[in-house]
Design a binder for this molecule. Sequence first.
Ligand code: FCB
Length: 443
Amino acid sequence: MTFPNEFAWGSATASYQIEGAMTEDGKGLSVWDAFCRKPGNIMNGDTGRYACDHYHRLDEDVGIMAEIGIQAYRFSVSWPRVLPEGVGAVNRKGLAFYDRLIDRLLENGISPWLTIFHWDFPYALYQRGGWLNRDSANWFADYTGVLVNALSDRVTHWIPLNEPQCFVNLGHYEGTHAPGVELDAASLLTVAHHVLLAHGKAVEVIRAKAVASPIIGTANVGVVTLPESNSPEEIAAARAATVSIRKRNCWNNTWFADPMFFGSYPEDGLRLFEAELPDIQDGDMEIIGSPIDFCGLNIYQGDYLSGRMPAGYPLTSMDWNVTPDALYWGPRFMYERYGKPIVITENGMAGNDWVHLDGRVHDPGRIDFMQRYLESLERAVADGVDCRGYFHWSLMDNFEWGFGYNRRFGLVHVDYQTQKRTLKDSAKWYKQWLAQPNPEKTV
Ligand code: FCB
């Protein structure tokens, strides 16, 4: 292994996908709680009401992380668990859960990487206009302040938003994720602008108030176009496609990342969306561009430049292409553009995993997937990309949004009838991987 010494090896989860305890200890409802109630929204009528019951199994789950040997754990806080109305009174019991989680992690030598928002927006604030309301940026800043006051003596790694592309597009344009609305393009860009403003204000709050010196970054969708060969022309064309906006939606890198890293929207997007631009007020772009420390990318797959895949190309159970090269070109192109250390904040695959007759979960596909993707990342490091971490999605099988419990992304298998956890073969493989001596460490 030739990863740098300070590399964070971890896994990731999100509150709504694992916690359950939907109304317990004073938790308020989120837009996902509401969205799941509507028949037809989620496969099989599944909901996050119980999920992996992580809220009650925190000790067991941290024990599993320690057993695998991960050094960092990326999790998210449920906004309505901490602030049932989204603003105002703090729910002490809800906050105490995260306090305990962080203590358990630190006792086990695992560094907490806290995502402030991974999609479970407070329903009470949705009723006040949600992200369409410009006040949403201030609501988010206040919520961030509550977390910083309570947790920043122990948390150093902060990620304000998970995948803005996803919850903006799927939740507010395509309508397939909560809150499930189908806005027009102008309103979509207004939502995106408020989301960006929320990110910037959160960064300011963390910098101003954190007790322990903070390290702040993104967890954006890494949209990667792959070259089909190593010719300089192909590479240049793939790079150009990766950092451009060609379609009138928010499925791209730069509409979100340019404002975050440069404090400005990209020119091509400004031209394309000319008729639908949001109301950008004085000072907004400076706030959005408040300096951050790393460029976190969630990368599962890439698309080849030609847009064509050979017949029978390997797919995961999400029908996502297995393209290990995405973990080479994604980090490389983003590092070239933004010049910030790269962290892979999510990468992984869904498989049709079950407990076999011998009581174990054999998932050789996931082991092969991890090996191939990590080799690509290693190649990026060797070619000079400053990479600082890798978080496998996910620690355990969980509620996969519109697919409910039908898609299993975990290193750990969860039997939802009994809540029994079983380490898959891939978890054992990852354990061995993590235990390898790193040649860099001996230098
Ligand atoms: C990402 C999400 C994460 C999970 C994985 C499979 O888009 O951030 O919550 O659903 O995909």
